[in-house]
Design a protein around this ligand. Structure first.
Ligand code: FES
Length: 139
């Protein structure tokens, strides 16, 4: 009889330890994957037009991820996600070629985000923006 209640007590203790260990593993994973409440996904980013000269790119954070604003040599503006559509590396702006290069596996994109070559399966995502009073508002 005493052995039986000792076993039950030990079983409860082990169950509690196992539940705590499981929670200690799952909670950080959940925190990483779950969208953050009040995250910047609802916020807009404002960048002064003068910060993006012709042929240049300006990287910034948007909705919790890297994004980039490009002013083409013809003066056009483009706002894109800077996250490579292959495996999620951050693309780099190749000013001389006016292209994006992904440093991870050599994916190449045009300034408009279209895939030129390499493993990326789809274009860089375009971001909506407006221009008003010398400011570019993304989002
Ligand atoms: S992650 Fe960009 S090419 Fe692979």
């Amino acid at each position: 009889m005493e052995n039986s209640s000792r076993r039950k007590f030990l079983g409860l203790c082990l169950g509690g330890v196992a539940a705590a260990a499981t929670g200690a593993v799952i909670y950080p994973v959940y925190q990483y994957l779950a969208p953050q409440a009040g995250s910047s996904s609802e916020k807009k980013v404002v960048i002064p037009e003068k910060d993006v000269p012709e042929g240049e790119a300006k990287f910034f954070e948007f909705a919790g991820a890297s994004a980039v604003l490009i002013r083409t040599r013809q003066g056009g503006l483009i706002a894109l996600s800077a996250v490579c559509t292959h495996l999620g590396c951050i693309v780099q702006w190749e000013k001389n070629k006016q292209e994006f290069l992904c440093p991870c596996h050599g994916g190449l994109y045009t300034a408009e985000g279209t895939v030129i070559s390499g493993p990326p399966p789809k274009p860089l995502a375009k971001l909506p923006f407006t221009v008003e009073n010398g400011n570019i508002t993304i989002g």
